[in-house]
Design a protein around this ligand. Sequence first.
Ligand code: MV4
Length: 452
Amino acid sequence: MFEKILIANRGEIALRVLRACRDMGIRTVAVHSTADAESMHVRLADESVCIGPPSGTESYLNKAAVISAAMVTNSDAIHPGYGFLSENADFAEMVEEHGITFIGPTPEHIRVMGDKVQAKIAAQKAGIPVVPGSDGAVESPEEAIKVGAEIGYPVLIKASAGGGGRGMKVAETADDVVEAFKVASGEAKSAFGNGEVYMEKYLSKPRHIEIQVLADSHGNVVHLGERDCSLQRKHQKVLEESPSPALNSSERERIGQVVCEAMRNIGYRNAGTVEFLYENGEFYFIEMNTRLQVEHPVTEMVTGVDLVREQIRIANGAELDFSQDEVSMSGHAIECRINAEDPVTFTPSPGQVTGYHMPGGLGVRVDSGLFSGAKIPPYYDSMVAKLIVHGRSRNECLMRLRRALSEYVIDGVTTTIPLHEKLINAQDFIDGNYDIRWLEEFVLGDDQKANR
Ligand code: MV4
């Protein structure tokens, strides 16, 4: 087993990885920017290396600085967490070239899945159902007109290099398609330096449901059920749950089997998430994430599997030590992402935490680097904590989540805790009756009330 792992990240996920390492008897190296010198992941690590100034580009995204830190500390492997360098194929390649293990998939799998057109082709070839649309990229406005007529309106034009909803345009009718093509392609070109787009049938009110998999380097693949991540605002997830209130066990088993078979077909290795839109009882592949995800704890809470431990074992060449039959899903889990933001306007609220008290008790988990006196720097993502709650039923989970949110004290900065309190008391949420459009309408209704 690895003796020492460098954690190329910050905040709650750096702590999460550190905890898995400790549980496995592996020593840890933290890297940090000057802004994070006093942070919890640095304090708890066995060693730490400052890798640059506050700006993410000059520190956590600085490949040479991260790899140098791994070399000087004699680290055996690098865990990238999520975000930053976690889906950077060039970084994964550089790490391996320096004789260090990248805890993740092969650079080739990262590359294919990072290109939405290639990812969709690979998924379809491997047997995963996809959204009806163009065969690969759409090269010209004339081709967009032709494809639109074939698949039927409305259509969605998407950037191949996309992410965060940028470079996405709906064309309601054939009259809009040329304009939508030009806007999407132009946005993609300026945002990603790659104007390639593709087209899909537009699904108006789907749910976002993703399947968690683990695949080792010996061809063993298991799925760990789904997460419903439909509650998003401006392409940022707000709350996730497992199981999805929309699926029954036979639908879960069917899509899980399809995904496992596909992962074996493509020779995938590492934890991975296959994302679907789900509408009228059908699954449609949209993307695959080749990293650990923010919301992985909801899966851990219902399956009892430590996903980071499995990532580390897999990267070390070990076989999965359990089979699909041994995976059991028990009860219900919900994660609330707590951001240092105004809960109504969503503007970031960095600053110093003057008082801190976190909830606890049976079925309550908090993943966070916060403490009383912690400084939340303005340079990074505003997510500062994840509250994850488990119950034997969805209702027990919800009751416990209400209780846990009411216990949570984070003084000195404003957070989205009040948003979560409102959200989980909304009747549609209680009923499990929501889709990818629901949260923005719910938040908007609130703004309108505030303006009256
Ligand atoms: C879609 C869609 C409707 N129809 N594709 C948004 C970003 C990218 N990850 C995929 N996205 C969507 N693709 C088709 N054919 C609607 C979205 C979408 C969305 C998807 C998941 C969660 C939240 C969303 C919010 C807006 C749009």
